[in-house]
Design a protein around this ligand. Structure first.
Ligand SMILES: Nc1ncnc2c1ncn2[C@@H]1O[C@H](COP(=O)(O)OP(=O)(O)OP(=O)(O)O)[C@@H](O)[C@H]1O
Ligand SMILES: [Mg+2]
Length: 304
């Protein structure tokens, strides 16, 4: 699919464009966006305590794509939900764009999520009684944007994910991959600073998974947003700039992913203004699709 791109960028906030080329480019100042300090989440199950998060520290920078991997039950979703302000930690600090979100009350958290965060779920969570366009436009109505402007912007984002022609389809009239792309458009339409994705391709076939992954990687890179994605799949983690491995509620290491799977050269992409996504672009020379990684730290990354 090849879709127009720069016009959509205009909608995402022009200030973001000044910071192109993202936090991981050499020699460029890294701007911390998410800072986690000594984070714990303890669930009580009768007499026993489950340490879903058992002392977690890290920093994520603007423009980064971070993958959180680990076995089932290791605390990945718990961590993501806490970063997104969906659950309160038992102890510790979460500073997002300079704000301590562990100190916010429910009402403040609702505002925080609306203004800063996009969330992509494995199960899409589209509203079944709304068509694709209405689903994408929904977050804009929460921001008080009028219907005409909402629809224009929602159409731009549907186009971005290659689904403009399905704007009038209801969720049950779309494939899983198409619904997932609607979910991505909905998460991105408000130009959130940070996008959290929990197993965003968990229900998709491998080809659609690669398309969705490349699309997310590209959009986030172009708009210098920050993407935090939970996945148990090492191939998918291969798209990330850094890979966080979590076991039993602890981050056991953080890898710099030097040979991450690329969509295409960012310079070329900006010049030709396309998000062309073709299957050939997944090829990173065989192996497991992840390339070489380098273990950076153990037990969390120190503060800058
Ligand atoms: N609401 C809850 N009450 C009690 N225990 C919970 C609750 N939510 C999660 N847990 C426990 O916390 C631990 C971490 O769960 P979490 O959902 O974060 O795992 P995960 O890494 O996302 O796993 P998966 O890959 O299967 O989605 C698990 O042991 C789980 O049973
Ligand atoms: Mg989970």
């Amino acid at each position: 699919m090849g879709v127009a791109y720069p016009d959509v960028l205009e909608f995402a906030g022009s200030d973001r464009r000044k910071h192109m080329a993202s936090g991981q480019a050499d020699g460029q100042e890294k701007v911390p966006v998410i800072q986690v300090k000594d984070l714990y989440k303890v669930y009580r199950m009768g007499d026993t305590k489950v340490y879903a998060l058992n002392g977690v520290d890290f920093t994520i920078y603007r423009g980064e794509f971070c993958a959180i991997t680990g076995p089932s039950g290791s605390g990945k979703s718990t961590l993501l939900n806490m970063l997104a302000g969906l659950e309160h930690p038992s102890r510790g600090e979460i500073v997002i764009a300079g704000k301590h979100i562990e100190k916010l009350n429910e009402k403040q958290l609702v505002t925080f999520r609306r203004e800063r965060v996009g969330f992509i779920f494995q199960s899409y969570n589209l509203i079944g009684t709304m068509n694709a366009l209405e689903n994408v436009a929904l977050p804009l109505s929460f921001r008080g944007i009028g219907k005409a402007a909402r629809n224009v912007k929602a159409k731009q984002y549907l186009k971005l994910v290659g689904l403009e022609r399905l704007a009038g389809n209801m969720p049950n009239q779309m494939s899983g991959g198409q619904q997932q792309r609607v979910g991505i458009a909905r998460a991105l339409v408000v130009g959130p600073q940070i996008i959290f994705a929990d197993e965003p391709t968990g229900n998709l076939d491998s080809k659609t998974t690669m398309e969705v992954l490349r699309l997310m990687q590209k959009i986030v890179r172009e708009q210098n947003q920050t993407l935090v994605m939970v996945t148990h799949d090492n191939n998918l983690a291969g798209y990330a700039d850094r890979i966080f491995k979590i076991i039993d509620g602890k981050i056991v290491h953080i890898e710099e992913n030097h040979r991450k799977v690329q969509t295409e050269d960012p310079e070329t992409a900006r010049e030709d203004g396309e998000t062309a996504v073709s299957p050939e672009q997944t090829d990173n020379g065989g192996t497991d699709g992840r390339g070489e990684t380098e273990e950076k730290t153990e037990g969390g990354e120190g503060e800058k």
